[in-house]
Design a protein around this ligand. Structure first.
Ligand SMILES: *[C@@H]1O[C@H](CO)[C@@H](O)[C@H](O)[C@H]1NC(C)=O
Ligand SMILES: *[C@@H]1O[C@H](CO)[C@@H](O)[C@H](O)[C@H]1NC(C)=O
Length: 112
């Protein structure tokens, strides 16, 4: 039943099958919207949805959250990276379809 519905209402059956997990893809995701490069990707065995928060640096404000990149990753690892004027926080999830779209900017709380 859910399988038939999934064709029409894909995201309404997030737990129906381990083989049909879909993640959101976006090159520039800002304020809950995809500004550039919107799409989706299908998870293969071992893969997870990934969200990478990109922080940019200015001398006036220091590091500030700029945007998020969404994609699939296999394997996916949560990590933080600071290199020069670039700071990236990476998150993984596979709890439901498109779960990575909810991860943008979570890290802002612990960036100072
Ligand atoms: C996923 O992407 C494909 C190809 O771009 C598209 O046909 C499909 O509608 C997308 N599915 C969802 C749920 O966005
Ligand atoms: C923020 O991201 C946009 C899009 O990539 C980029 O053009 C802009 O330079 C970034 N802002 C800073 C201060 O680096």
């Amino acid at each position: 039943m859910c399988g038939v519905l999934r064709v029409m209402l894909w995201s309404s059956c997030p737990f129906s099958s381990a083989h049909t997990k879909v993640c959101m893809v976006c090159n520039i995701f800002k304020k809950g919207k995809c500004v550039e490069g919107k799409g989706n990707c299908t998870l293969e065995e071992g893969g997870e949805c990934r969200a990478r928060d990109i922080y940019s640096f200015t001398f006036k404000d220091g590091f500030f959250y700029n945007y998020t990149i969404l994609d699939c990753s296999n394997p996916c690892k949560a990590w933080r990276l600071v290199r020069g004027y670039l700071k990236v926080s990476s998150f993984c999830c596979k709890s439901r379809n498109f779960c990575n779209r909810y991860y943008g900017k979570i890290a802002e709380n612990f960036v100072h």
